[in-house]
Design a protein around this ligand. Structure first.
Ligand code: C5P
Length: 222
C-alpha cells in the first residue's frame, strides 16, 4: 500500500479515538491522538498552578513543555517532560482546560507544527477537530464523525462507570454541549467539517462497521 493519511474529525464522544486506533491497528500505521496533546497542555497548566484562562501565561509556559508520543503494548502513550501522563489527562477537569488552551493561537501553532512533522513521509491516522481543515489539508481521506448528544453522553457515561466512577448523565450531557459550543465557535480553527470530508453518523453503528466502511473508502483512493 502506498503512503496515505486519514484525517478524522468530530465532536467529543463521536467515537474518533476508538475508530482511529482500530484503523491504525488494521492498516498497520501510526495513530496520532491530537486531543491528547491539547489535554497535555491543559494538564501542565493545572499541575503547575498556571491560570489556563490567562493566554499570556499559557503562551509563556509553552517553551517549558516537551511532548513525546510513543506506541507501547498498552497503546499510545504521551510523555510530558519525560513523565508518562497518559492516564492523568483523561478526566473532565483536564478536558475543560484543553478546550480553553486550544483557543489560543500560539498553542495551536506549536501543536499543529508537531503534528505535521510527526506525519511527514509515513502513513497515519490522525484524529482531532482541525485535522482535515488545517493539519492535513491534503489527507488521502477525510472523515467527519458525528453522533447525537444523547448517544455521546451515554458512551462517556459507560466509560466512567467502567473506571469505577459514578457520573451524572445529565451533567455529562451539559459538559458535552458546552465543549461542542466552545470547539465550534472559537475564532481559530473551529471544529467544522472540511468541504471534502465524508460525514459518518456513528449513532447506530458499531466500531467494526465504521472501520470497515472507512477502509473501503480508503482502498478506493489508493
Ligand atoms: O479529543 P479530546 O476530547 O481529547 O480533545 C480535548 C480538547 O482539545 C477538545 O475539546 C478541543 O478543544 C481540543 N482539540 C482541538 N484540536 C484538536 C484536538 C483537540 O482543539 N485537533
Amino acid at each position: 500500500m502506498s503512503t496515505f493519511s486519514i484525517a478524522i474529525d468530530g465532536p467529543a464522544g463521536a467515537g474518533k479515538s476508538s475508530i482511529a486506533k482500530e484503523l491504525a491497528n488494521q492498516l498497520q500505521c501510526i495513530y496520532i491522538d491530537t486531543g491528547a496533546m491539547y489535554r497535555s497542555v491543559g494538564y501542565y497548566c493545572i499541575s503547575q498552578g498556571i491560570d489556563y484562562a490567562n493566554e499570556e501565561q499559557v503562551e509563556q509556559a509553552l517553551s517549558e513543555l516537551h511532548l513525546k508520543l510513543t506506541l507501547e503494548e498498552e497503546g499510545q502513550q504521551i510523555f510530558l517532560n519525560e513523565k508518562n501522563i497518559s492516564l492523568l489527562i483523561r478526566n473532565n477537569q483536564v478536558a475543560a482546560a484543553a478546550s480553553k488552551v486550544a483557543t489560543y493561537a500560539a498553542v495551536r501553532k506549536a501543536l499543529v507544527k508537531m503534528q505535521q512533522e510527526m506525519s511527514k513521509s509515513t502513513s497515519v491516522v490522525m484524529d482531532g477537530r482541525d485535522i482535515g481543515t488545517v493539519v492535513l489539508p491534503h489527507a488521502t481521506l477525510k472523515i467527519f464523525l458525528t453522533a447525537s448528544v444523547e448517544e455521546r453522553a451515554q458512551r462517556r457515561y459507560k466509560e466512567y462507570v467502567q473506571k469505577g466512577e459514578k457520573p451524572c448523565l445529565e451533567t455529562l450531557k451539559v459538559e458535552i454541549k458546552e465543549r461542542d459550543y466552545q470547539d465550534s465557535h472559537r475564532k481559530i480553527s473551529p471544529l467544522k467539517k472540511a468541504e471534502d470530508a465524508i460525514e459518518v453518523d456513528t449513532t447506530y453503528m458499531t466500531i467494526d462497521e465504521i472501520v470497515k466502511q472507512i477502509i473501503d473508502l480508503l482502498k478506493r483512493r489508493l
